[in-house]
Design a protein around this ligand. Structure first.
Ligand SMILES: CC(C)(COP(=O)(O)OP(=O)(O)OC[C@H]1O[C@@H](n2cnc3c(N)ncnc32)[C@H](O)[C@@H]1OP(=O)(O)O)[C@@H](O)C(=O)NCCC(=O)NCCS
Length: 399
């Protein structure tokens, strides 16, 4: 039986996705190209060995249009014979890239593939790919006649439904910053981060950044207490009187810039190339869920992936659950019973940031390192996605 193994991971540091952010001067194609080059260089492989590059990117417009994955392959100087495609599974796009890469390897369609992702939100803002038009046709509007809501409202509905308070949200967010800061200080991110030239929009000057820019040391429940609800509006409050408005900028993932990549191979191919596989991709799931709550898919996706693997939540040594918003992870925890001490051990997107299309392979990169750090065998990654979906993956560490 063919097995898909992870041989190498790399990501950029995550920059603030605003004008003046550390990576905001990078064109997305170049930022991804930088990451792809770093990946093959770290692995020491000939890029001509790569059968396909599958790239996650959510806002495929403007500088991220026209198959940013293919443009980055060419910008990286890979042979023209290496193809690429760009896919959109919303926030889980590059986790889906990993699924497609690993599934292609297991099916015999590839021997070597790269799963990657990019999103430079400072240049291609979230939502810009709709070009100001309504992507919902008449039939979808008929089906959801009361109207769709944005992801922040989805997070508020989750908080209301799972009885998650403002204190719960703030405590979770403070913990994410504390963990990310500790991981940074202890060098627990250093093996996954490719130090990247700083470009704040005025060109480079020899300075590089090797840590995530959004982490706020000293974040506490007290320092978060003064922040106002980020998504409150009167009309929505009237429609959903159950909402307690607990989500602030501190309890939400940050708008960010970044790129990430994972090298996946058929196990015997990796061995033939003299490479040591870090982990085996053990099981996959992808689930759909209520698109109004939008962000609860991580609950059925986790149940499905555990069932496919014949495992229970207690078998997992480390989890990466994307911190789109604090209530997403807290509701997932209430449903799965997972031990929060094993979840996002090095912090998450609330502290590090969430460069949408890049976050899936960022979480995979982090999970590989976390499994080494805790000397664990089994890792589970799951991410909620716009439209009401989620991917879930179980990895077995091999080193
Ligand atoms: C929530 C959101 C709208 C906030 O955007 P923003 O207002 O540009 O965010 P900022 O970083 O400027 O933070 C807003 C304020 O909160 C403060 N703040 C944020 N995090 C904080 C923290 N950890 N501690 C203390 N203050 C904090 C900022 O200092 C800022 O204060 P100021 O207005 O006095 O300068 C934005 O981050 C967002 O949309 N996040 C979700 C992204 C998303 O949907 N991704 C997809 C997931 S499904």
């Amino acid at each position: 039986m063919r097995e898909a193994v992870i041989v190498e991971v790399v990501r950029t540091p995550i920059g603030k996705g605003k004008a003046g952010g550390a990576l905001s001067g990078w064109h997305p194609t170049d930022l991804l190209a930088e990451t792809l080059s770093a990946l093959v260089e770290r692995a020491g492989i000939d890029p001509g060995e790569v059968d396909d590059v599958i790239t996650g990117c959510v806002s495929q417009a403007g500088q991220q249009a026209f198959n940013v994955g293919r443009n980055a392959v060419l910008a990286a100087g890979f042979p023209e014979s290496v193809p690429a495609t760009t896919i959109d599974r919303q926030c889980g796009s590059s986790q889906q890239s990993l699924h497609f890469a690993a599934q292609g390897i297991m099916a015999g369609a590839y021997d070597v593939a790269i799963a990657s992702g990019v999103e430079v939100m400072s240049r291609v803002p979230m939502g810009s790919s709709s070009m100001g038009q309504n992507p919902l046709g008449e039939r979808m509007r008929d089906r959801y006649s009361e109207g769709m809501v944005n992801q922040g409202i989805g997070a508020e509905l989750i908080a209301a439904n799972w009885d998650i308070s403002r204190d719960d949200v703030d405590a979770f967010s403070a913990e994410s910053h504390a963990r990310a800061q500790a991981a940074t200080e202890d060098g627990r991110y250093s093996s996954e981060i490719h130090p990247t030239a700083v470009d704040r929009g005025e060109g480079t000057n020899g300075e590089t950044i090797d840590r995530d820019e959004g982490i706020r040391p000293g974040t506490s429940v007290d320092s978060l207490a003064n922040l106002k609800p980020a998504f409150y509006n009167e009309k929505t409050a009237a429609r959903f009187p159950e909402i307690n408005w607990v989500v602030t900028a501190g309890g939400a993932s940050q708008i960010s810039d970044g790129a990430s990549a994972v090298l996946v191979m058929e196990r015997s191919k990796a061995e033939k190339l003299g490479l040591t596989p870090r982990a085996r991709v053990h099981a996959f799931a992808v689930a759909g869920s209520d698109p109004i709550f939008m962000l609860t898919g991580v609950i059925p996706a986790t149940a499905q992936v555990l069932e496919r693997a014949g495992m229970s939540i207690d078998d997992i040594d480390a989890f990466e659950v994307n911190e789109a918003f604090a209530p997403v992870v807290l509701a997932w925890q209430k449903e799965t019973g997972a031990d929060l001490a094993k979840v996002n051990i090095n912090g998450g997107a609330i502290a590090n940031g969430h460069p949408l299309g890049a976050s899936g392979s960022k979480l995979t990169s982090t999970l590989m390192n976390v499994l080494d750090q805790v000397d664990g065998r089994w890792g589970l990654q799951t991410m909620c996605e716009g439209g009401g979906m989620a991917n879930a993956t179980i990895f077995e560490r091999l080193t």
